[in-house]
Ligand binder design. Structure first.
Ligand SMILES: [Zn+2]
Length: 364
């Protein structure tokens, strides 16, 4: 196991930062969002993702390849002297961040060596094939294909308004349009050894797919339950490592650690690398949006919150969920305490909504 801190790094010129042209994040709220919020997807230049307002936050730790052989750092002896010339600017297709995130996926050294060669070549307009000051060693071939990184490439652009509805979701995750009578169920705060299996049996009975937003430190110790969720065909989202309710106000490096630690645990346990992220309590900030983007996951909220986590009574939860409309994303919980009210409600609500013609869909 290679620790993230031991990953070889490559210093490239900092891309120029241009001012962000993004919309402000709405004030965070604890419960139901306004109906039919719109989602603004600014398309800033890629370099704008590197904000100068966070100079101490470096790049997110590159997830360590899980079963890869020891990564050999680039050999130290050959001197790579880049000839003087115009500043080397990463091309559009290989930005600094994309390069670093790509390293674990392609075995690391090969890409580093190749990129150095490519960058060096840019400053050698009259290259004759034997540049005197430029010695670039041939990188050793990759030993074997490295596993996919647990965290996908950063999302671009930064999504500052999280997904609330199926229509929002389809704007940021390409795919066929959802049926007009579609609805989605999301289940947070597990896995739980008591409640998750009961909910899984209910979902199986009614052929309902769901998104389980898992907390990393709940996966820890309940690995078989987490694997059962994946084995039943459900999706898993990243819901942080420790569910800090003030995540949106924490320093960026803490946000990143919360996201990445959960991502690693979920991936190593279930084989699923989540591409969706739900913030505890649905609290967001510009800083969290940036950290989420850097982590390559999509910010997810919900449309309908029956507040089942507060155990308001089965009737309350049931009535709120029965009022769901097509295109909405429902929020329920399988962890964080006694979820008997949630389970009892879902036993009524799922068949009732299906009887009204609604179809539960997977968020993919
Ligand atoms: Zn939660």
């Amino acid at each position: 196991m290679i620790s993230a801190g031991a990953e070889p790094t490559i210093a490239l010129p900092k891309p120029r930062v241009s001012p962000e042209s993004t919309v402000a994040l709405p004030i965070s709220r604890e419960s139901s969002p306004a109906p039919e919020p719109t989602i603004a997807l600014p398309i800033p230049p890629r370099a704008a993702l590197q904000s100068t307002s966070e100079p101490t936050v470096g790049l997110p730790p590159v997830p360590a390849p899980r079963s890869a052989p020891t990564v050999t750092p680039p050999p130290a002896e050959p001197t790579i002297a880049l000839p003087a010339g115009p500043p080397v600017v990463p091309s559009k297709s290989v930005t600094r961040r994309r390069l670093l995130w790509a390293i674990p996926a392609v075995g690391g050294t090969a890409l580093i060596g190749g990129t150095i060669a490519a960058l060096a070549g840019r400053g050698e307009p009259e290259a004759t094939g034997k540049a005197p000051n430029l010695v670039v060693s041939e990188p050793p071939p990759s030993q074997s294909p490295a596993p996919a990184p647990t965290t996908p490439k950063p999302t671009t652009p930064v999504i500052k308004v999280p997904v609330h509805t199926l229509r929002d979701f389809r704007k940021v995750v390409p795919g066929d349009p959802f049926p007009t009578d579609a609805i989605a169920l999301t289940i947070d705060d597990g896995p739980h050894p008591v409640w998750t299996p009961k909910i899984l049996r209910l979902l199986e009975k009614h052929h309902v797919p769901a998104l389980f937003c898992m907390i990393g430190n709940q996966v820890l110790g309940h690995e078989s339950t987490a694997r059962d969720v994946a084995a039943d065909g459900h999706q898993i989202a990243n819901h942080t490592w420790s569910h800090p309710i003030k995540l949106a106000k924490l320093p960026p490096h803490v946000m990143l650690k919360e996201i990445h630690r959960a991502q690693d645990k979920i991936y190593s346990t279930t084989g699923q690398a989540p591409n969706l992220f739900r913030s505890p309590g649905g609290a967001w900030s510009n800083g969290l949006a940036e950290s989420v983007s850097k982590s390559g996951v999509i910010p997810m909220d919900w449309t309908t919150d029956p507040r089942d986590w507060a155990r308001p009574g089965v009737a309350h939860i049931t009535n709120r969920l029965l009022a769901a409309k097509p295109g909405q994303i429902l929020l329920c919980h399988d962890g964080g305490g006694d979820r008997s009210q949630t389970l009892a409600s879902l036993k009524t609500v799922i068949p009732a909504l299906q009887a009204k013609g609604l179809k539960f869909v997977a968020l993919m």
